[in-house]
Design a protein around this ligand. Structure first.
Ligand SMILES: [Zn+2]
Ligand SMILES: [Zn+2]
Length: 324
């Protein structure tokens, strides 16, 4: 005799179902990322740079804890859902609260009686950023989100981007996964329209074994089958390259169709991997890839400092060591 199943029972029977979207948990994301960066700094040719980034992530963690955001615009989200557009595109929806996040991060990074901040040579830059009028900060923020970085703002860029990450991550964390639309193209974030910094093969629960693209701006993760290029969605000509002897925790996924590469980090190889942290710490792989025909699909949102120092010709920076 047949029995009618209730909706909840049907879901339990469907072992093939997996989450389409994974939303970030702000209480742990930045702290875990900082810990991972410190772990990866050991014996790394760019250890000093990674320690610097870890301090920014500590400041992100602290600022995230004290942040309360206004409810996102329901009408705007409904319109986006109807048209399969990203829910709240970052450039047009910067919460004013991001200014307070930046100030809170600057407090941490300038240091106080309890904790040391960033090294003295970086303090004038932090002060300059603190003195900047809100409109000027907003203007740089909008430009950064559109990847238009003026040379004179390159030094400030990672701090501004880090504050934006906290704000956008907190907003994305407050959403419900079912509110996140299916968007086209599937290569940009369905929440903020940002680019993935890398992709990650997850372990644990129903997400296990599935590959997710990780948004560099709001930390939303959305599923994409592994056979597809995360940049042009081609299913032809996908290959993987890694650094010899470095294992398969982080590989460059290359695409013959669009000529790009993006890193894929694998929790099945190491449960500790973090898409953004592991991407930063494997700059060696980018240096090796720069000798191939493949172009990096999208930048790491916190890497402006490295580029700045290279542009300024300060060749004594630790970043340069790997190519020496
Ligand atoms: Zn996003
Ligand atoms: Zn491609």
């Amino acid at each position: 005799m047949q029995r009618i199943l209730q909706p909840g029972e049907i879901e339990t029977l469907d072992h093939t179902s997996f989450p389409r979207v994974l939303l970030p948990v702000t209480a742990s994301l930045f702290a875990e990322r900082a810990a991972r960066v410190r772990q990866l700094a050991e014996g790394n040719p760019i250890a000093d740079y990674l320690q610097f980034v870890a301090k920014i992530m500590d400041a992100q963690h602290k600022a995230a804890a004290g942040l309360t955001l206004a409810e996102p615009d329901a009408a705007l989200m409904a319109r986006a859902q109807e048209h399969s557009m990203p829910l709240l595109p970052a450039v047009e929806n910067i919460a004013p609260a991001w200014q307070g996040v930046l100030d809170a991060m600057l407090d941490t990074l300038q240091g106080d009686a309890q904790s040391a901040g960033l090294p003295a040579p970086l303090q004038p830059l932090l002060q300059e950023l603190r003195n900047l009028p809100a409109e000027a900060r907003d203007d740089i923020a909008r430009k950064l989100l559109q990847k238009e970085v003026a040379a004179r703002h390159v030094g400030m860029a990672p701090f501004i981007m880090a504050a934006l990450q906290v704000t956008f991550t907190k907003r994305t964390a407050s959403l419900k996964a079912q509110d996140v639309p299916y968007t086209d193209p599937a290569t940009i974030c369905p929440v903020c329209a940002g680019e993935p910094v890398a992709s990650v093969v997850r372990i644990g629960g129903r997400a296990a074994g599935h590959r997710y693209l990780h948004c560099g701006t709001c930390a939303c993760e959305w599923q994409m089958v592994r056979v597809k290029c995360s940049h042009c969605e081609s299913t032809e000509g996908i290959h993987y390259q890694g650094v010899g002897g470095a294992g398969e925790e982080v590989l460059a996924e290359t695409c013959e169709e669009c000529g790009s590469y993006r890193k894929i980090v694998n929790q099945e190889k190491n449960p500790m991997v973090d898409p953004l942290a592991d991407d930063l710490a494997t700059l060696m792989l980018d240096l090796l890839m720069s000798e191939t025909k493949f172009q990096r699909a999208s930048p790491n949102p916190l890497l402006y400092v490295a580029f700045a120092e290279e542009q300024d010709g300060e060749r004594d920076n630790a970043l340069i060591d790997p190519c020496a």
